[in-house]
Design a protein. Structure first.
Lengths: 146, 289
């Protein structure tokens, strides 16, 4: 484990009790999704398998696992880190590309259309400000000395 | 009490949830709470967590710094935004990290963040700061015959440390109390804490729909007059997608989905127009029941 995104020391505290998995709503519906096994795989050094697989995208980020962990491991955050690793290794991959394009083009995950602006005006709501380049500028700043 | 706050709208509410924004603004106005719009606010950082964790933190920190510069605490409507900003606030208590973040904010021409801002969802603010007793005194039209199923949304009280543990993350009650304060009954149901599933709609559509369907089914079976939500994404999952989810489950749902601000506003005596009921896709006609 040598990636700055995942805290290896925190992972070492996991004693595989499975409490994250037993409280997971996704696991209840899709038993193949097992957070404690995914943590174990990271510990085994199987990062490539994880970031190329489907499992990390099934987490709803509901935080139930993080709340339940007796070792206070931020399990949900680890899934975000795995996704960020997947994104870093292949920034053009399918799942995030629509989100990325909306964010980088408009600064918003839900861009406002001409009709949206009109609806707001009609309802007497304040005009939405344009800050289209903000997200890409922040990404550049974050990357600058990595 | 200082009743002037920065309103953090986020990107979903002002585009996908006008009924939420309009009703929240009118409830605040009616209660004498001044909500200030800061046009400089940008993305909260939530959608960026899956791409670049540090960039996400920078986005959140920049918003905190903007409110701090104006001397205003933040009130928000989207649970995802509020949770993200509140979590950043806790993370930035680490001095080394804060210095690193502030250095970057400087290169972006933004103010630095100095730990001086509180971040609360509007419902938490009403419950905790405005106060239930004060709210009850304002209720002129209690909703006595109505029964609502509350959906909190995962990020309303979780991660609990980010929200100062203000509510029980496994069995939250604050929204129930607000709605009860408005005179209505709330339903205690085992599916209460289920996720709406919207965040995995793109990656795992079946799972996502299943999650939404379970809750719609549970509340329909318990005779709820409506589901009450506090987040624009959850509303998309339950209202906009309700027919799709029903078709998938072989059921026909007809469960109105209301924002908590519409319910409280109604009990405060605000008009249908002030609460933007025209934008509700599944019409709420309690009188007909």
């Amino acid at each position: 484990m040598n990636d700055e995104l995942i805290d290896g020391e925190q992972l070492k505290c996991c004693f595989h009790c499975g409490k994250c998995t037993s409280g997971c709503e996704v696991n209840r519906i899709d038993p193949s999704f097992q957070p404690h096994r995914l943590l174990h795989l990271i510990g085994m050094g199987a990062l490539d398998e994880l970031i190329n697989g489907d499992a990390i995208w099934k987490c709803t980020t509901c935080f139930t696992c993080s709340e339940r962990c007796p070792q206070r491991i931020a399990v949900t955050d680890i899934f975000w880190s795995l996704r960020a690793l997947a994104f870093r290794s292949c920034p053009t991959s399918g799942l995030l590309s629509a989100q990325k394009s909306a964010l980088f083009k408009t600064g918003r995950l839900y861009p406002a259309t001409v009709l949206d602006h009109k609806k707001r005006e009609k309802a007497g709501l304040p005009a939405l400000s344009e800050n289209a380049t903000l997200v890409s500028r922040i990404f550049d700043a974050a990357k600058a000395d990595r | 009490m200082n009743m002037k706050y920065a309103l953090y709208l986020g990107c979903a509410t002002p585009v996908k949830a006008l009924k939420y924004e309009i009703s929240a603004r009118n409830v605040a106005k009616r209660l004498g709470i001044e909500l200030v719009d800061l046009p400089e606010f940008g993305c909260c950082g939530f959608p960026v967590k899956s791409m670049d964790r540090f960039a996400a933190l920078l986005m959140a920190a920049r918003n905190l710094a903007l409110a701090e510069e104006r001397g205003l605490d933040i009130i928000g409507l989207c649970t995802g935004c509020i949770s993200t900003l509140a979590e950043a606030r806790v993370q930035l208590e680490d001095e080394t990290l804060r210095e690193k973040v502030n250095e970057k904010l400087k290169t972006l021409g933004a103010a630095e963040y100095r730990l001086g801002v509180s971040v609360k969802h509007f419902a938490r603010f009403l419950h905790e700061d405005y106060g239930l007793d004060a709210l009850r005194r304002e209720i002129g039209a209690p909703l006595e015959s109505l029964k609502f199923g509350i959906h909190y949304g995962c990020h309303y009280a979780k991660p609990s440390h980010a929200h100062d543990c203000f509510d029980d993350p496994s069995n939250p009650v604050s929204l129930d109390k607000l709605i009860q304060g408005a005179g209505a009954k709330t339903i205690d149901y085992p599916e209460k804490n289920l996720c709406c599933g919207l965040t995995i709609r793109g990656a795992a559509e079946d799972l996502s729909m299943n999650l939404a369907g379970e809750k719609l089914d549970a509340l329909t079976n318990r005779g709820a007059d409506a589901m009450v939500v506090a987040c624009p994404s959850c509303c998309i999952a339950y209202e906009n997608n309700q027919q799709l989810v029903g078709r998938k489950m072989g059921k026909e749902f007809n469960l109105p989905v209301l924002y908590f601000t519409q319910v409280i506003g109604r009990a405060l005596g605000l008009t249908d127009e002030e609460l933007a009921f025209e934008f509700n896709r599944i019409k709420f006609h309690p009188a007909a029941r």
